[in-house]
Write a protein that binds this ligand. Structure first.
Ligand code: NI
Length: 207
């Protein structure tokens, strides 16, 4: 029971801080959250994930490639059943703030994302060769930071949304189409569905 209350508590904190930053009617109140949400388990932490392109080359420097990346991210979100809380695609790296997936681990999610994007990119570029899918697109390593305090969640989401501004790509976060900012600020339905906590409802602990 302790776990149940803790997880509902995590969600309440999260919605409170999101509402604080972006008061918008599309963010569900705690009373709107399906009761079965409490059935998910795992640590319940969010993960702040950073992954760079191979040798930090700007392989995501065109709108078409960033669009393609987001298509793959949405596909992976559905397949592995995870909650995407925030994201940004930069010219040579990406950041995600995500829940643990229902299927697999954060690591398998990142692998699927890297491989899925590499395959589609190489097929598009007609350069596909077996065995050469990922190695020249992505850095092998990625960084996974467990986010389990409200302060860190605020910090990471802000960092994600400010990244294109800090880099001088745009003047305001809303001008960068490849982040979750517009979904928060305007309730826009973007290419990647954010904060869809319903995906976690089916998880039942095996006894
Ligand atoms: Ni960054």
């Amino acid at each position: 029971m302790g776990k149940v209350f803790r997880e509902v508590g995590v969600f309440r904190e999260l919605t409170t801080f999101i509402r604080h930053i972006f008061p918008s009617p599309f963010i569900p109140r705690i009373s709107d959250v399906p009761r079965r949400l409490k059935r998910f388990y795992g640590s319940g932490d969010l993960h702040f994930i950073t992954c760079s392109c191979y040798q930090r080359r700007p392989l995501l420097d065109t709108p078409e490639r960033r669009d393609l990346f987001l298509i793959v991210l949405e596909d992976v979100r559905r397949r592995y059943e995870l909650v995407v809380v925030g994201y940004v695609v930069m010219p040579e790296h990406f950041h995600l703030l995500v829940s643990e997936p229902q299927t697999g681990t954060p690591s398998t999610v990142v692998q699927a994302l890297k491989l899925g994007f590499a395959r589609r990119l190489l097929v598009r570029a007609a350069q596909y060769e077996v065995g050469d899918t990922c190695s020249h697109i992505w850095q092998r390593r990625f960084y996974d930071f467990n986010v389990w305090t409200e302060r860190k969640r605020v910090e990471k989401l802000r960092y994600i949304h400010e990244n294109p501004v800090k880099r001088g790509l745009v003047e305001k976060p809303e001008d960068w189409r490849w982040s979750s900012f517009r979904a928060y600020a305007y309730g826009e339905i973007g290419p990647v569905r954010i904060n869809d906590w319903r995906v976690l409802k089916m998880k039942v602990r095996a006894v």
